[in-house]
Design a protein around this ligand. Structure first.
Ligand code: FAD
Length: 422
């Protein structure tokens, strides 16, 4: 499978037209903050009927109506993110990133929050919070990274403890996409008393997502941080000081240690990032081809020069490779096959390739490429995030090597520890 099926090609076509007509003209205003990306996100949700898509995705939705359908389907299990379908998720990420990686990040961060609640929350949380977040009516975010732990995120300081019918959160998160504007937060926390020292081997399996709503006493967010790119997407800190929420907001069973929720969120984020990279590479390639055919120097269109053709060929090569990776990841998600090593390889390659292509497109356009009116200038700044966020390029390389060596009986971990088991 090296292309989307007919249904998803039709969705991609509709999205392309909508993004070109409605979103593209708003990009400068979203970048400067005059227009909120979340308002654009809500309009987009209405235009594409995301709420209806969630309703349609519920098992039995097409056969049953009214009370019959309501009584038989358990929304806690049945509510699905419209982007839970790997092909659809890739189409949305690619087409949105093609015009605005920042808007795309607003959408995927919200979806990451909504999907976690939808797959792990009870009926009340799903109906009240997951559905509006997945429909992009409410803004969601998810926070794993902390001031003292990014790459080493599972050694986190933020704690959650159970107190009767409630759970209590203490700690802080940083660099969280959507946090300054979020209505709903997924906070990843270590099950422990506040201030308890980190015990790596035990605590890495005691990381739970906890749902918190804005307005809960003890939860504060910082202002949007100033940053290199992704200007349409606000990033900020979250402070948690004795935040109490009902016990049902801790998504998981404290008696059964795990960290699967955080790992699943990271895996879907990495797949979405690879699809975003494809959208950006395609956009930079299309704009470069058009520019090269129009721009005349030495009496000829620059497309006639072979050094320019080489740049176009290199961009096209990156497009082919990243496109293949997108379809491989879709296949892995649909079949449940593949390994963490393959996801890391795809994320590492695609993000570095997208940065290189955007930079190459800036170079191809000369002075015009350095100017804000052309997309590659913004795309390069935006894409640099993805060699860092969702696990840095270095961490992806370590993950690949870790699995590779394990197959040969040599165990290593990200902190440099090793065990020769041959
Ligand atoms: C704009 C933006 C949005 C973000 N959104 C979110 C979000 O929504 N949710 C969330 O939870 N997080 C988010 N993040 C955080 C992001 O995932 C982290 O920044 C990232 O994981 C890196 O962590 P760090 O910044 O603490 O860097 P560090 O972990 O401090 O790394 C610093 C450097 O050391 C390297 N390094 C670390 N360990 C090793 C090692 N063992 N071997 C070799 N090199 C190593 C790293 O690769 C890096 O080059 C966001 C970040 C940004 C910038």
């Amino acid at each position: 499978m090296f292309e989307f099926d007919e249904t998803h090609r039709a969705v991609a076509d509709g999205l392309r037209k909508y993004c070109d007509r409605v979103v593209e003209p708003l990009v400068p205003a979203m970048e400067s903050g005059e227009v909120s990306a979340f308002d654009v996100m809500r309009e987009f949700s209405t235009a594409f009927g995301l709420e209806q898509m969630i309703a349609d995705a519920r098992p039995g939705a097409s056969e049953k109506t009214g009370a019959d359908a309501e009584s038989s389907a358990d929304p806690a299990k049945a509510a699905r993110s419209p982007l839970g379908n790997p092909q659809l998720a890739a189409v949305f990420a690619k087409e949105l990133a093609r015009v605005s990686p920042g808007l795309c990040l607003c959408v995927t961060a919200s979806m990451g929050c909504g999907t976690t609640i939808a797959t792990r929350g009870n009926r009340e949380l799903v109906e009240r919070l997951a559905v509006p977040v997945m429909a992009l009516r409410k803004v969601g975010c998810w926070g794993l990274t902390e001031p003292d732990g990014g790459s080493d995120a599972f050694a986190m300081r933020t704690t959650v403890r159970v107190e009767g019918d409630e759970v209590v959160l203490d700690g802080a998160k940083t660099f969280i996409s959507n946090a300054p504007a979020a209505d709903v937060f997924i906070i990843y926390a270590r099950l422990a008393e506040p201030g308890a020292p980190v015990d790596r081997s035990r605590d890495k399996h005691r990381i739970f997502p906890v749902v918190v709503e804005r307005g809960t006493p003890g939860l504060e967010t910082g202002p949007p941080m100033e940053k290199l790119g992704m200007h349409a997407s606000p990033t900020g800190a979250i402070f948690l000081d004795g935040v109490r929420v009902p016990r049902s907001h801790l998504l998981g069973d404290p008696e059964r240690p795990e960290r699967a929720a955080a790992e699943q969120t990271l895996a879907s984020e990495r797949a979405a990032i690879v699809a975003m990279c494809l959208g950006v590479i395609e956009r930079c390639l299309d704009d470069s081809v058009a520019f090269a055919m129009d721009r005349v120097q030495f009496g000829k269109p620059i497309a006639a020069f072979q050094l320019i053709q080489q740049k176009l060929a290199r961009m096209a090569l990156a497009y082919e490779n990243v496109s293949n990776l997108v379809f491989k990841l879709i296949w892995m998600q649909e079949t449940g096959r593949g390994s963490e090593r393959e996801v890391s390889a795809a994320k590492w390659y695609a993000t570095e390739a997208a940065c290189e292509v955007a930079l190459e497109a800036v170079q191809l356009m000369g002075g015009a490429g350095y100017m804000r009116e052309h997309a590659p200038e913004r795309m390069f700044r935006d894409m640099k995030l993805w060699t860092i966020g969702g696990g840095t390029s270095e961490i992806q390389q370590l993950t690949i090597a870790k699995e590779l060596l394990r197959e040969h009986g040599f165990s290593v971990d990200l902190s440099g520890g090793y065990r020769d088991e041959r």
